[in-house]
Design a protein around this ligand. Sequence first.
Ligand SMILES: *Cc1c(COP(=O)(O)O)cnc(C)c1O
Length: 396
Amino acid sequence: MNTNKSQTYNNETLVLHADQEWAKKEKGVSPAIYYSATFSAEDSAEFAEMAGTPLHPRYYTRYGNPVHERVNKIMADLEGTETALVTGSGMGAIASTILALVSAGDHVIAQTRHYMSTAKIMDEMLPRFGVEVTVVEQSEISAFEEAIRPNTKLIMLETPANPTLVITDLEAVVKVAKKQNIIVVADNTFASPLNQRPHDVGVDVVVHSATKYLGGHHDITAGVICTSTKLAEKIWDTHTSIGSVLSPMDAWLLLRGLRTLPLRMERINSNALALAEFLEEQPEIEKVYYPGLPSHPQHELAKKQMKGFGAVIAFAIKGDYNATNRFVSALKLSTNAVSLGGVDSLVVHTAAMWEGALTEEQMKTAGIPANFVRYSVGLEHIEDLQADIIQALREL
Ligand SMILES: *Cc1c(COP(=O)(O)O)cnc(C)c1O
């Protein structure tokens, strides 16, 4: 089924035609949704083949489904990996990958800044199972090098990362890791495969929260793991036991989302860069964090490893917690909600996310100032977004 023919296509064509083999067979111009938990066999021989083949698309949907197979083909081609494995959430992809690849007695290196639930796996879960974890400052390659031990099995990366969009030099970490055959995993959610392809510089496993850009419409929760066939089969074996399965309907919605990904990313990248530049000019704004701005401390590195800089802009308002709350509440075009990378803009008062869990003092130590805003730029017209920000800044 995997002809690799589509590898000669450009991204815009690939997202529409990489799964043409399935389209030919099914005859539907729109993909069929296989809403079936289980699939029939002709005889014992076929049943044995279905039961014994990793990622079989027609055995039992927790193991695979024909709609998953189409998503997997497009995602593998987008990331330039041999294969891919779709999951029920981004965390399903990350948990399956890590739990499949490390065992008690192994050592893992992770970043000081990760998506909150990934940080929880590193800080709380892995130590419970006898896996040692060292977290390092991701902008310093020497920190990765110094953390390596004889039993280091895996390095977990994520770039750009919250809250200030710090960049990790993927190529440099891979170089350090390969001296000792350490598996490198990168969470590419904040970049998308259109803006950054970690496998091209040697990252072994690329994971995504497909809830964000890939689905792109704030409607589904999904994840994907892009890697070699060998590692995918190993991860799949754990994934089937963890059970983070994507429903056939949500896989279909993800497939639909992927068809417009290159087009959406183009607009998101240009809107976000324009908005970041605009924010930097506003006297009411203290500081803007965006890898596409020359003021970002790692702008040169970002330009080297990224084709575009994505939707997420972080900025600090000149004002306290209440002023920041007034600003966020006054915005009319960006919805006050978590998540990122969808068609419409979202905004979050970062400190409010943590208010229930941390004291003001703890937030300060964790580097979450009260005046921090995270903005995920959508597809609205840039002039409307700018005008909306101007009117909300008047509320300060
Ligand atoms: C959202 C997100 C996740 C988790 O994905 P879910 O689909 O919500 O499980 C992981 N990593 C990053 C960087 C994210 O933004």
